[in-house]
Design a protein around this ligand. Structure first.
Ligand SMILES: Cc1cc2nc3c(=O)[nH]c(=O)nc-3n(C[C@H](O)[C@H](O)[C@H](O)COP(=O)(O)OP(=O)(O)OC[C@H]3O[C@@H](n4cnc5c(N)ncnc54)[C@H](O)[C@@H]3O)c2cc1C
Length: 269
């Protein structure tokens, strides 16, 4: 879509150039920004000019995904276990054209319940690295950064620089289940499980307005898993939109969580 009100476009080249003038908006892949009218946007500041490496290995064995890392590039990162990144990219059901433009940072900042890069990074206990306008930086867990649909914990002038994934979660076994109303529809419920030594950590997205983490002991009964998921969903409320009714989403999430736990628990539940 043409953004009819945009009069300027400039590439950010350093931190100083990220200071937004009135009417300016940060542009990453543009897959959402160009998808609907933005009558308040008169200028674009293109983050791709910063030339950040899409990913970096961190000294402690963790992995950094740059905010400008595209969904396609994220799948090529040196994951110890690459399946989860691929499954999350597939969960977005984008065409290859969208995958090669949409970024991890854009997905997080848009904060849609079906944000599969949110699911990926929240499930691996990711931390958002945020550049503050005074030249400093701060960190916040992905699960606290995403506050609700199109609502994140960014203050004026702040920019997401990267998401750091800790070494302790990158090597853990994971399982993903997804449900939607139609085969190629947007995710209505997405459950990612991570098997830690002493727990199964379930991250719920798509069916809830913001990512929710539920931890259950390995070998929990089906009833216990369902009860834990129901309680967690009730705390934030089940999401309602044309992609699924809340009660259906609650039922789907519980079913998917049981399946994920079974896959990650030796010998089933
Ligand atoms: C066919 C199609 C299918 C889609 N399916 C899904 C889906 O299933 N789930 C889903 O969540 N989304 C979906 N989207 C929406 C969108 O494409 C994705 O969320 C995408 O990841 C957004 O990333 P982007 O880089 O294109 O963001 P942009 O459109 O460039 O930006 C999105 C917003 O984030 C802000 N922003 C971007 N980067 C930063 C940063 N580093 N710091 C601060 N602010 C920033 C921008 O200013 C803007 O407000 C879909 C879009 C299309 C076209």
């Amino acid at each position: 879509m043409d953004l009819a009100w945009v009069e300027s476009h400039r590439y950010a080249s350093d931190r100083g150039s990220l200071a937004l003038r009135p009417g300016e908006r940060l542009l990453a892949g543009g897959t959402w920004l160009f998808s609907e009218p933005q009558s308040d946007v008169t200028g674009l500041v293109d983050l791709t000019g910063l030339d950040w490496a899409p990913w970096e290995n961190l000294p402690d064995g963790g992995l950094r995904l740059a905010a400008t890392c595209t969904v396609a590039q994220a799948q090529q990162a040196p994951w110890p276990a690459p399946a989860l990144a691929r499954q999350c990219a597939d969960a977005l059901l984008m065409s290859f054209k969208v995958q090669s433009a949409a970024t991890v940072g854009g997905n997080l900042c848009l904060a849609l319940p079906a944000g599969a890069m949110i699911a990926l990074t929240a499930a691996l206990a990711g931390e958002v690295l945020i550049w503050t306008p005074d030249g400093g930086e701060r960190r916040t867990p992905v699960t606290e950064f995403v506050l609700g649909p199109e609502r994140v914990g960014l203050r004026p002038g702040e920019v997401v620089r990267a998401v750091d994934l800790p070494a302790r979660t990158l090597h853990r076994p994971t399982a993903l289940r997804r449900s939607s109303l139609t085969a190629h529809g947007r995710s209505a419920a997405l459950v990612v499980g991570r098997r830690d030594p002493d727990a199964v950590v379930l991250t719920l997205t798509a069916s809830v307005p913001r990512p929710v983490v539920v931890t259950v002991p390995p070998g929990s009964s089906e009833g216990a898993v369902r009860a834990a998921v129901a309680a967690a969903g009730a705390r934030v409320g089940w999401y309602a939109d044309p992609h699924g009714a809340p009660d259906w989403r609650a039922a789907q999430t519980a079913r998917l969580a049981v399946e994920v736990c079974a896959e990650l628990t030796e010998g089933g539940l």
